[in-house]
Design a protein around this ligand. Structure first.
Ligand SMILES: [Cu+2]
Length: 505
């Protein structure tokens, strides 16, 4: 049976069994996610917000607010959102812009808003040192000085990040540049350039978000939610579509594929375009990571974006009943896609070259190397302390960061603020997974693996405010798997000041 055939059969079985579990392809028992047993609904496209040009800078306004949304069809669920009930607008800006954002917090608790993937001054980064109390407005300002990319924004209050993201505080941030402006890739937002924010949730019987914490898995959901709904369908108008995929899930990794396992092209990873397109049939994406893929469609065909069981189980032993189930063998069909109208001509070949500058390697002669050992909720034997500076960087050169996952049966990943990095190797092997290609800000780490990263930092020296590095599995991060680094002038020392992330220095 074809993959599509199997998935259809699984859906029929689910309808027949109503609430009963169905058997996943790999043979492990996996309940049918809620909200996937009826007619699909059109994929919601988050509103595009290009800001307002005010006195030469690009100005955005965001408000965090509580509301409700129909994540499951016919069910009202309490949610949080930016400028709306659930999730947030897609912010679009251009390299060279001077950006200011006014963020007003209308929730009844403190939050912070972090620009994931952005190089910018520490006070504007929106980490745990930049609290926005209820009723307050925080106004970070920063220049956009990095290549075109799909970034995202989300809260970062220490110890509460998982919950704020889970309730729906997440949005895309797109950067364009002169290279992307002149490239023959789909770029009409909402038409052939489609945001796909994947989260996962679990629901209580009365349809509210289930915020029960699992000791090992935190807030790992069992129901994929794409752009805010379950069981979404996208009807393509063009024969070629670019999907900008953000893994906004708390804890879950997805092994992305198309339902017939055809090849698709990856054109960008976390920090921007690749130097050339890469054809793959599947692509692993961990929490916090992004992938831009290009899919060619035949007229009126039906395929789906799915997540397939991952061969090798990400190195997590499968014969250990004691180990928590991180879901690497789960299978989901989360976006149905219909091809364009009959008669729509096929697309020309993709450009052979995307961003040639993305092929440049940093010069690592004589650079500083640092080691980071991730173990349960600790990095180098310590949990996060907002008063402690773990790393001080007093130069503009790249560094090599060597990051090891010491746990034998837990996945981790590693995100560095205000930076982009090359994955030089994992376990000293040449990198093979597509998700490690190009410039990255987050890397997945199987049990026991060591990644060597060549890291370039934004240079905005300020001894008073730290940046974060951390596991982006949010239960791990909230439990302290995070450290702080400060970037200073040569020879200068860190001197943290309380609340210094609130205003410019
Ligand atoms: Cu982790």
């Amino acid at each position: 049976m074809s993959r599509r055939g199997f998935l259809k059969a699984a859906t029929v079985m689910a309808l027949a069994a109503a609430t009963g579990p169905v058997l996943a392809a790999c043979g492990t028992s996996q309940p049918q996610p809620r909200g996937y047993d009826g007619e699909p609904r059109p994929l919601p496209i988050p509103p595009l917000d290009e800001g307002k040009l005010v006195d030469g800078h690009r100005h955005f306004t965001l408000t965090t607010q509580a509301g409700s949304a129909e994540i499951l069809p016919g069910t009202t669920t309490s949610t949080w959102g930016f400028n709306g009930d659930f999730l947030g607008p897609t912010l679009r800006m251009h390299r060279g812009d001077d950006v200011e954002v006014d963020i007003t917090n209308e929730l009844d608790e403190m939050t912070t808003i972090h620009w994931h993937g952005m190089k910018l001054p520490a006070w504007a980064d929106g980490g745990p040192h930049s609290p926005i109390e209820p009723g307050e407005t925080w106004s970070p300002r920063f220049g956009v000085d990095q290549p075109a990319a799909t970034l995202w924004y989300h809260p970062h209050p220490h110890g509460r990040t998982r919950l704020h993201c889970y309730r729906g505080l997440a949005g895309l941030l797109l950067i364009d540049d002169d290279v992307s402006d002149n490239l023959d890739l789909p770029h009409e937002y909402g038409v052939d350039d489609i945001p796909v924010v994947i989260m996962d949730h679990k629901f209580t019987d009365d349809g509210e978000l289930d915020e029960t914490l699992d000791d090992d898995l935190g807030l790992m959901g069992d129901t994929p939610v794409v752009n805010g709904i379950t069981n979404a369908r996208f009807d393509a108008e063009t024969s070629r579509v670019r999907f900008r995929i953000v893994n906004g899930a708390n804890m879950r990794f997805y092994n992305l594929a198309l339902s017939d396992e055809r090849a698709f092209s990856v054109v960008a990873t976390d920090s921007g375009l690749l130097s050339e397109p890469h054809e793959v049939t599947h692509a692993l994406i961990g929490p916090g990571e992004r992938l831009e893929i290009v899919v060619d469609l035949e007229p009126e065909e039906e395929i789906s974006l799915v997540s397939l069981p991952l061969e090798g189980n990400f190195g997590i032993p499968e014969d250990n009943d004691e180990a928590p189930d991180f879901g690497f063998q789960h299978e989901f069909e989360f976006l149905q896609i219909t091809g364009p109208a009959e008669g729509t001509p096929a697309s020309a070949a993709l450009p052979a070259e995307l961003d040639p500058a993305a092929a440049e390697q940093p010069n690592l002669d004589g650079v500083i190397e640092r080691e980071f050992a991730l173990n349960t909720f600790e990095i180098n034997g310590e949990t996060m302390d907002m008063e402690r500076v773990d790393v001080t960087i007093d130069h503009q050169d790249p560094e090599v960061w060597i990051v090891t996952n010491e746990n034998p049966d837990w996945p981790h990943n590693f995100h560095i603020h205000n930076s982009r990095f090359r994955v030089l190797s994992i376990d000293n092997n040449e990198v093979e997974e597509i998700g490690t290609y190009g410039w990255k800000d987050t890397v997945s780490l199987p049990p026991g693996a060591t990644a060597r990263l060549a890291v370039e930092f934004g240079y905005y020296p300020d001894p008073t405010v730290p940046y974060m590095y951390h596991c982006h599995m949010l239960w791990h991060e909230d439990n302290g798997m995070m450290g702080q680094f400060v970037i200073v002038e040569p020879g200068e020392e860190a001197a943290l000041e309380p609340m210094s992330g609130h205003g410019p220095h």
